[in-house]
Design a protein around this ligand. Structure first.
Ligand SMILES: Nc1ncnc2c1ncn2[C@@H]1O[C@H](COP(=O)(O)OP(=O)(O)O)[C@@H](O)[C@H]1O
Ligand SMILES: [Mg+2]
Length: 386
């Protein structure tokens, strides 16, 4: 049996990666040209994949450029940041792991890093510092990429994923200032900084009173367009000796509103359930599977919301655009105008809803279907009727 051509849950850079030609060109030009870049979109639209794809191309064609990727997804303190940052930069300093420990000692003047190499050195490499020492000499670590670049006569690109997590660090404001102050003086390092919490990322890079204001270019990543998805789904079915009509490929795309992860997930379930030829019935089953698979996350998400916040979501789904009108507030029991405005801000800041031309809409298309079903009693499959 063939493997599914549809991939979700990990970054994609090969066959399952589509479109994004302009974004790759722009990001690549920026990073090679020394222009720091902040890349922002809701989660699962394709930031990490885009960065991986772009840096793979850069690394292949530019031997004098070294790239480090630091994912802050699980990082919650400045100390953890420092250790991960140092480790990844040192790993990027040489393609030979034998050189990492030797290199590491020459990169620091004041600090004495403690290095551990396990049985599988490439993955089992860690670096730590004496806590007191590190506090005193933070700058050495923050400036590490520039030190490496100069010493090895190379250029470095440093990619930092889920960057908004630094906002949770203790004393984050002074930390943020320090990062900016040191990074902006560097001559041989370019930063690619990306994150999913749009509100926080925009606040970090777009707010004139914040240190990272005008740190570089801001790219707001858009969704991959409908036609690209339809073509990709059709081609991928054909390539694996199965069939799907353009209409059905469009149905998958539209149900998931061109959302990268979900289109891939729904296409995958559909492909899996298809022996020779996809049908609407199969897509309907696949959609149920998708909703079931994601239900635990949606339940968790809604458990943290208050009753007036849930009511506000109901109002949004009913197309209510004037949320502070008396009629909306009484019909949907939204609480006081103050409640409404606080709840609105909270839901927008957490990327649950976003503003559209008139009123608001859900950010997550499958969560919307689940929510409609659970709270409004609407069938998940209404798109299949008639
Ligand atoms: N260029 C692309 N082409 C096709 N699918 C993509 C693309 N980018 C992302 N995806 C899909 O979206 C999912 C999430 O992508 P990812 O890069 O992890 O997003 P983000 O970093 O924005 O959260 C991937 O697992 C893949 O299924
Ligand atoms: Mg990501």
């Amino acid at each position: 049996m063939k493997n599914s051509p549809f991939i979700y849950g990990t970054t994609v850079i090969n066959d399952a990666f589509i479109d994004r030609k302009n974004e790759i060109r722009k990001l690549s030009d920026n990073l090679k040209g020394g222009i720091n870049t902040a890349l922002i979109s809701p989660r699962r639209w394709g930031k990490s994949s885009l960065v991986e794809k772009t840096i793979a191309m850069i690394s292949k064609n530019n031997k004098q450029i070294r790239v480090a990727v630091i994912d802050l997804f699980t990082v919650s303190s400045a100390e953890q940041f420092m250790e991960k940052f140092a480790r990844e930069l040192i790993r990027a300093s040489s393609s030979k792991w034998q050189e990492w420990a030797r290199n590491a000692r020459t990169f620091f003047k004041m600090l004495l890093p403690k290095i551990q190499i396990g049985i599988d050195p490439v993955n089992d490499f860690s670096i730590s510092f004496n806590w007191e020492e590190m506090k005193k000499n933070e700058d050495e670590i923050i400036n590490l990429a520039e030190t490496i670049a100069k010493q090895k006569k190379i250029k470095m690109i440093v990619c930092i994923d889920e960057f908004q997590n630094i906002a949770d660090f203790n004393d984050f404001e002074s930390f943020e200032k320090k990062l900016r102050a040191i990074w902006q003086r560097q001559q041989n390092v370019t930063y690619c900084i990306y994150g999913s919490r749009r509100h926080m990322m925009k606040d970090i890079f777009n707010n004139p009173s914040k240190p990272f204001y005008r740190f570089g270019d801001i790219m707001l990543l858009q969704k991959i367009v409908r036609n690209e998805w339809i073509r990709f789904i059709s081609k991928s079915f054909t390539r694996t000796s199965k069939q799907i009509t353009n209409d059905d490929a469009a149905l998958i795309t539209d149900l998931m509103q061109c959302h990268s992860w979900y289109v891939q997930q729904l296409a995958h379930y559909t492909w899996n359930l298809t022996t020779d030829r996809a049908t609407k019935d199969i897509i309907e089953k696949a959609l149920s599977e998708l909703i079931n698979a994601n239900t635990p996350f949606y339940q968790k998400e809604t458990e943290t919301l208050s009753t007036t916040q849930l009511n506000l979501l109901v109002a949004v789904l009913n197309g209510e655009s004037r949320l502070t009108s008396v009629s909306a507030m009484t019909t949907y029991r939204l609480g006081t105008p103050r409640n409404v405005s606080k709840n609105k801000t909270m839901l927008v800041n957490n990327d649950i809803i976003q503003e559209k031309k008139e009123g608001f809409e859900f950010v997550d298309p499958a969560f919307e279907l689940w929510f409609r079903h659970t709270f409004l009693n609407q069938p998940i499959h209404k798109h299949f009727e008639g």
